[in-house]
Write a protein that binds this ligand. Structure first.
Ligand code: NOJ
Length: 572
């Protein structure tokens, strides 16, 4: 077993309620925060239309306080035709009526801050909606215009421009180019869309685009948001000349893969974030930028969080690691080396709105590329009952690690992926653009259950729900877990309370020898004490040292740690 020691910031995080203008390098809140992802469509619906909304979030803030998180990140709630669930923005500075109003957002911000919860909003700079006024103007203005220059319009190849400008494929399947009909009724130029055809890519070499996004950042910073999660942060800059991608990309994910792709991770993208870093620095209160950059290694991911760029980047290599002790040990060690090496905190995440929920994913028996989802006909269906057990153990490991952690709404209830959604209920563009070959991401987006006995499990007062909820979710509802000390809800609460009281999230991690290859064993020396974490990823029970159990992912008796179980032990 490899033995190593890695250090992150040793300072304990200030309470989230402090929103001081004073910068304290090394002790900013985002270095250690647990950030809860709210997917507004599916969180809480106050209006009763079956789609979650901002007043629904405000009404549930106390539940997040009792859970014990430090901050929330909200997926997009801006004006949008909702072709990609809001990641197709038509107006970056207004709220879609589906979700409420700007006044509702102001109220939500004030209520969250009043409870010591920071709020990060989503920024979608790679592309807009085709309903954005700029794109409508671009269509009307025609080839060569300043309006078209805000997007990636190009003439086609072939004699009559009938072939797309290059061979790039959309992440959601199919070509990344769509041909427009010009004002005279003839087939005309093509525009680039790395995602759905309703999501045209901006041209980030255009200073007008750069200035517009500075304005958008300031608009939300002025309203008091604590930061931004930046969508497709590895995709804004495309390789000069838009060369073919060779070999043709399989386009099976939001990015990743080891090869050079002419639209992922281009060097020029970093200048944009240096610029934004300066914009945020004009404001007080340790505002943060978090990169959603799907890159194959933590070393590549760490390039987004160099000192003058973003503050955090999602650790997708960690999320993509299978339930395998050696692999998990390696990615943790790599992360605790690579991120602190550039002065950034490591981050940790196991679920979000784009991947199969980890209560199912960790028990899949076949590869499941990110974004593909699973449905009734997918190979490698999760092994029943194993997924939740592993998820609870995995989260127990994650929340002890030095750095900041992301929790996706519903994982605190142990929600599984909904595999058997009816075909006609599915809404992810991936499902349509691949002619139903890939199920896409609807299965992790089903509205969450609050009350076992209420319509729509309390998600909506009318019982409406934009995706159907499984008939057997009553035992998973928050109300059903409240009185059960062994529930997943109480596990998360205990982990978060103990994390806070011991100062985990910061501190030094040291791997412990002597437990065998299938066991993760490490000790974290934090400000409030030392905690030993042992996770049994193997097939045999593991003998534990004599020590007080602080939290265990499953109830167990005696000194033997069962399979797929993790424990925090008080350590001298
Ligand atoms: C990443 C987002 O998380 C995902 O939901 C979205 O479809 C794509 N970016 C495109 O915006």
């Amino acid at each position: 077993m490899d033995a190593m020691t890695s250090t992150t910031t040793s300072a304990f995080a200030p309470s989230a309620a402090e929103n001081s203008d004073e910068r304290r390098p090394g002790s900013e809140w985002w270095r250690t925060a647990v950030i809860y992802q709210i997917y507004p469509r599916s969180f809480a619906d106050a209006s009763g239309d079956g789609i979650g909304d901002i007043p629904g979030i405000t009404a549930r803030l106390d539940d997040l306080v009792s859970l014990g998180v430090d901050a929330v990140w909200l997926s997009p709630f801006y004006r949008s035709p909702q072709n990609d669930a809001g990641y197709d923005v038509a107006d970056y500075c207004d709220v879609d009526p589906l979700f409420g109003t700007l006044a509702d957002v102001d109220e939500m911000l004030a209520e969250a801050h009043g409870r010591g919860i920071r709020v990060i909003v989503d920024l979608v700079p790679n592309h807009s909606s085709d309903r954005h006024v700029w794109f409508q103007e671009a269509l009307a203005a025609g080839p060569g215009s300043a309006e078209r220059a805000r997007y990636m319009f190009r003439d086609g190849r072939g004699e009559d421009g009938e072939l797309p400008p290059n061979n790039w494929e959309s992440v959601f399947g199919g070509p990344a180019w769509t041909r427009v009909t010009e004002a005279d009724g003839r087939p005309g130029q093509w525009y680039l869309h790395l995602f759905d055809s309703s999501q045209p890519d901006f041209d980030w070499s255009n200073p007008v685009v750069q200035e517009e996004f500075r304005r958008i950042l300031r608009f939300w910073l002025d309203r008091g948001v604590d930061g931004f999660r930046v969508d497709v942060a590895h995709g804004l800059v495309k390789s000069d000349g838009l060369p073919d991608h060779l070999p043709a990309v399989d386009a099976d994910s939001m990015g990743g893969g080891d090869e050079d792709v002419p639209y992922w991770g281009q060097e020029g993208v970093h200048e944009i974030y240096r610029d934004w870093n300066r914009v945020l620095a004009e404001y007080g209160g340790d505002r943060a930028l978090c990169a959603e950059a799907w890159l194959p290694t933590v070393d590549k991911t760490a390039l987004w969080v160099r000192p003058d760029e973003m503050h955090q980047a999602f650790n997708f290599p960690y999320l993509m690691t299978a339930w395998d002790a050696a692999a998990i040990r390696e990615v943790i060690s790599e992360s605790l080396r690579a991120f602190p090496a550039v002065g950034a905190p490591a981050t940790w995440v196991l679920s979000n709105h784009d991947v199969v929920r980890h209560a199912s994913r960790l028990a899949l028996t076949a590869e499941n590329p990110q974004g593909h989802g699973i449905g009734p006909d997918s190979p490698g269906q999760p092994i029943p009952d194993v997924g939740l057990r592993r998820a609870r153990a995995a989260t127990t490991v994650m929340l002890a690690l030095p750095g900041s952690a992301y929790v996706y709404q519903g994982e605190e209830l142990g929600l599984p992926e909904v595999i058997d959604l009816p075909d006609d209920a599915r809404q992810d563009p991936t499902w349509f653009r691949t002619a139903h070959e890939r199920y896409g991401r609807d299965g992790c987006r089903v509205p969450i259950p609050w009350d076992a006995d209420a319509p729509a499990y309390g998600f909506s007062p009318t019982g409406a729900s934009w995706l159907p909820q499984p008939a057997d979710w009553a035992p998973l509802a928050r109300s059903a877990q409240e009185g059960d000390a062994d529930s997943t809800l109480w596990l998360y609460r205990s982990l978060l309370a103990t994390r806070r009281s011991t100062g985990l999230g910061a501190g030094t991690l040291e791997w412990l020898d002597g437990y065998g290859e299938d066991v993760l064993a490490f000790r974290v020396q934090a400000e409030g004490g030392a905690v030993t974490v042992i996770a049994n990823v193997g097939t045999e029970p593991v003998a534990l040292p004599a020590a007080t159990v602080l939290v265990a992912s499953e109830p167990f008796e005696g000194g033997l740690l069962p399979v797929d179980t993790a424990v925090w032990l008080a350590t001298d």
